[in-house]
Design a protein around this ligand. Structure first.
Ligand code: NI
Length: 138
């Protein structure tokens, strides 16, 4: 494990009680892990705002029968070049496909690509999740 530092936090008793309840429901075994995760969430947000290099997954479901849609999806991913690391496609049903695209790059580029893909007609729902370790991903 990395070099650990202990720190203390002052907060209202009632707030801590509610916090413990919430993290208990979420399955956390202790406060430290929950607090670390919240801190990392803030750092991911910051890195995203600062257009740093991040990782992202774009999950989408789309209409298998929409003409040219599969071609447009492939074209958008090819055009993005090295930002797209991998893509997985599952035939969800007779009519719908699910695809997950794994990416790495500047957060603004990933957002742009995500918006471009999710706005294509026939894409029924999707979401871009951006993540980072809080360390440099170059
Ligand atoms: Ni399919």
């Amino acid at each position: 494990m990395a070099d650990l530092v202990r720190t203390g936090v002052s907060l209202e008793r009632e707030l801590l009680k509610r916090f413990d309840k919430v993290i208990g429901r979420k399955g956390y075994q202790n406060r430290s892990k929950a607090i670390r995760d919240i801190i990392r969430e803030l750092i991911v947000e910051e890195d995203t705002d600062e257009n740093k290099i991040v990782a992202g997954t774009l999950t989408m479901v789309y209409d298998h029968h929409r003409p040219n849609l599969a071609d447009k999806l492939i074209e958008a991913q090819h055009h993005a070049g090295s930002k797209v690391l991998a893509a997985t496609h599952v035939h969800l049903s007779h009519d719908y496909c699910l695809e997950v695209v794994i990416m790495k790059g500047r957060s603004e580029d990933l957002r742009r690509l995500g918006d471009q893909i999710l706005s294509l007609r026939g894409v029924k729902h999707g979401r871009l999740v951006i993540t980072t370790t809080g360390k440099n991903l170059k």
